[in-house]
Write a protein that binds this ligand. Structure first.
Ligand code: TXA
Ligand code: MG
Length: 344
């Protein structure tokens, strides 16, 4: 049924190994416009084209240096490559850019849907614009009920953050969005790879985003998220102090902490974000946790952080943006500083 809907120009939400996607026939301009409408997505933010077989590339893009080696190593999987666009891809897909983002997902449901319809499928994450990407079919339903005819349920997504986006068109390869295929993995195939400056900080005044997606407010829960840095022991104590102060001001607060610190933060509404030794666990549950914070009406959220290495770079990029990069050091908090303003 999914394949028939796609062939007729309709929209289908489907699971991938990263997050759920909202797909339409990439060769059908009108179908692609319907994606932007259903998501409430600005038209200047381009989409990723999904394929199941490399023979489809001939009509989509040219292959820059290094592309085939990357495909050999990481496709199917969570790696999106920016390559020069061919004319068959309508400009609405790429927001008028002359590059096109392409990926081959590894999720069996995604692959069989792509195969059954035989088309390149344009698909952004299946959330309403500005909400965290969906990692479960129920998240898609929350955002898209009544807007699309079909959601394929493949259970929770394994990676949990969106694919790595790698630009192969502008000099040295550059990661525009970190994801499940890490810098270290890319460098083992390509040699040195750059990371876009805006991955771990806000865009600066007048700075042009290399990826349009970086311009938009993203992954931001309604409450204010604070990232707390410092030694393991200080961090847990500082977070407890922040929580207690917030609650004493009558503001609903909670904590995002590693499994190892759930006990130390008992009583502070701790949300378990996985083991601090396994960033992939945090990646898996991060968006679901952010959605919960809104559902629970949290006003202030205090979160632990991890080193921005391996999958930790993707986690800190998403968490940083959820927090609008608001950061406070545990030492400062323990010395008596409070980062958030007094209420009313
Ligand atoms: O894991 C994923 O990539 C998921 C699943 C569904 O495949 N898709 C996804 O799509 O996250 P979306 O649309 O939410 O994110 C695509 C990102 C955006 O930040 C967009 O700006 C960037 O890729 N992008 C797409 N085409 C681009 C282009 N030609 N140049 C620069 N950035 C591009
Ligand atoms: Mg998205």
């Amino acid at each position: 049924m999914g394949a028939a809907i796609l062939r007729e120009g309709g929209l289908v939400a489907f699971p991938t190994e990263t997050v759920y996607g909202l797909g339409a026939n990439a060769l059908n301009e009108e179908a692609v416009r319907a994606i932007f409408a259903a998501k409430g997505r600005p038209a200047d933010n381009p989409l990723i084209v999904h394929i199941h077989d490399r023979s489809q590339l001939a009509e989509i893009c040219d292959l820059p240096e290094g592309a085939e080696r990357l495909m050999d190593a990481f496709w199917p999987g969570p790696l999106t490559l920016l390559m020069p666009r061919r004319p068959a891809i309508p400009p609405v897909v790429t927001a008028g850019l002359d590059t096109v983002a392409v990926r081959m997902p590894s999720h069996p449901v995604a692959l069989s849907l792509l195969k059954a319809c035989g088309l390149p499928i344009a698909a952004p994450s299946a959330n309403r614009s500005g909400k965290p990407s969906p990692t479960q079919a129920s998240h898609v339903l929350e955002d898209m009920e009544g807007r699309i005819p079909l959601i394929l349920d493949g259970g929770p997504c394994e990676v949990g953050v969106e694919s790595t986006v790698l630009d192969l068109c502008h000099g040295r390869p550059c990661v525009l969005r970190p994801g499940g295929v890490t810098r270290e993995m890319l460098e083992s195939v390509l040699g040195p790879v750059d990371i876009a400056g805006s991955v771990l900080r806000p865009l600066q005044e007048g700075e042009v985003a290399r990826s349009p997606g970086m311009r938009y407010r993203h992954y931001a829960p309604e409450g204010q998220v604070w990232l707390v840095t410092g030694s393991e022991a200080d961090t847990a104590r500082a977070i407890r102090k922040l929580f207690t102060e917030a609650e004493s001001q009558g503001r609903r607060a909670c904590v995002m902490c590693f499994s190892e610190h759930m006990e130390a933060l008992a009583g502070c509404r701790p949300h378990d974000i996985g083991s601090r030794l396994h960033p992939s666990e945090t990646a898996q549950c991060l968006f679901d946790t952010l959605r919960r914070l809104d559902a629970e009406g949290m006003e202030l959220v205090f979160s632990e952080v991890m080193p921005p290495e391996g999958v930790g770079l993707a986690v800190m990029n998403r968490l940083g943006r959820a927090a609008a990069f608001r950061t406070v050091s545990a030492a400062e908090v323990l010395a008596g500083q409070l980062p958030f303003a007094q209420s009313g």
